[in-house]
Design a protein around this ligand. Structure first.
Ligand code: SF4
Length: 380
């Protein structure tokens, strides 16, 4: 039986298991040894939703005078996120924000974005970076790791350290299991040092839960910020499951843009097919068809030599170890073609896919590149 088809059981086991998770979270929150802020990496998927649920519930059980630790629920918008995931994320985060405010909980709901000069469109259409693939995946670092790490680092510099609360689980994948095992508790506590961000500690409250337990719990209890988790079940059902996890380090990056992480960027050319978007269309959401067509086209032109410059952006010819020439970025002509196609996809889709600020910066980059090309042609 697949997890998404689970019959929702209000079994004693689920209740007992959940009470123990929430009481551990409460205990950790009230730890006397440190009061560093908690930063929950919130993707809107099932695991991070369950972690936010546990923390929210634990906070409600703590007397107001003891709620002395800040909790941040932080989601990242790559700006090319699957639009149906963003819709869900917007809805849930605004409910959490409102409920936290009404209940006077020390929760801040935040959203991070990549810097303007590092967005998918600025790099792909502005600078001509070839669309990402397994061997040249320039996107994860810039679109996901840097914005979230930036938020964490800011709080480390304010407080001396920060605790990153994640919904990662041992049962999720072999890769995750290895990562978790490689960072076993260092200080006889529930916290592990982050492998790349100094001053950050990782706390994984649901690390030992199975996928079925996660779904059973979400199906058994109402969301503490109001309503049920029904929309989440529908999201997974329509998209046939899987989400792009919160990615915080390079060792976890391989999980992004794989068949295990199907809620990624709608532009993702690392995967063979965007199964979640396709699943969404198959579930009757035909408005997403232009996005899938654009992504497929983008993937198909990646290695067309006519659309790639011979030299890299630094002006050098590059060869691999076998002496094979490695083409440079997309030509300006190809970048213009991609932009035209994107704008017509945007019109067909009926919603913004690229921001005005990105368009301005792209035109600035093209002007500089053209100037350089003309200078080089004139021997300047
Ligand atoms: S989902 Fe794909 S495009 Fe987005 S960051 Fe991950 S690998 Fe890159």
């Amino acid at each position: 039986m697949s997890s998404i088809e689970l019959e929702v059981l209000n079994s004693d086991d689920v209740v007992v298991r959940w009470q123990s998770v929430v009481s551990e979270v409460r205990e950790e929150y009230l730890s006397e040894t440190q009061h560093f802020p908690w930063i929950i990496g919130f993707s809107g998927g099932k695991d991070s939703t369950l972690v936010a649920h546990a923390v929210f519930e634990a906070l409600l059980s703590v007397p107001p005078s003891a709620r002395n630790r800040e909790v941040h629920i932080v989601s990242n918008d790559t700006q090319v996120e699957s639009p149906f995931v963003m819709l869900h994320l917007d809805e849930v985060t605004s409910k959490i924000r409102q409920a936290a405010e009404d209940l006077d909980l020390p929760i801040t709901v935040a959203r991070t974005h990549p810097d303007l000069d590092k967005t998918f469109w600025t790099l792909l259409i502005g600078k001509g970076y070839p669309s990402p693939n397994q061997s040249m995946r320039w996107c994860t670092d810039r679109l996901k790791i840097m914005p979230t790490s930036g938020y964490i680092k800011k709080h480390i510099s304010n407080f001396g350290a920060a605790i990153v609360v994640l919904g990662v689980r041992r049962a999720e994948s072999n890769k995750r299991q290895q990562t978790i095992d490689a960072h076993k508790n260092l200080r006889a506590s529930r916290l592990n040092e982050h492998s790349e961000i100094s001053g950050a500690y990782i706390y994984r409250p649901i690390v030992d839960m199975t996928t079925d337990e996660v779904w059973e719990t979400l199906g058994t209890f109402h969301a503490p910020w109001g309503g049920s988790h029904g929309a989440l079940f529908k999201l997974y059902r329509d998209a046939e499951g899987g989400e792009c996890p919160v990615v915080l380090s390079k060792e976890e990056a391989p999980g992004c843009g794989t068949s295990n992480s199907r809620f990624g960027c709608w532009t993702c050319t690392v995967v063979e097919k965007d199964r979640s978007l396709q699943g969404y269309i198959d579930s009757g959401n035909h408005q997403y068809r232009p996005l899938v067509d654009f992504r497929d086209w983008l993937k198909s032109i990646r290695n067309d030599p006519e659309r790639r410059q011979a030299v890299r952006r630094n002006g050098r010819l590059t060869f691999d170890l076998t002496g094979r020439h490695i083409p440079g970025p997309f030509t300006i002509q190809a970048r213009k073609e991609i932009l035209e196609k994107l704008l017509s996809t945007q019109t067909e889709f009926g919603s913004k896919l690229i921001s005005d600020a990105e368009l301005d910066l792209i035109h600035e980059i093209w002007a500089k590149d053209l100037q350089q090309e003309t200078g080089a042609a004139n021997g300047l």
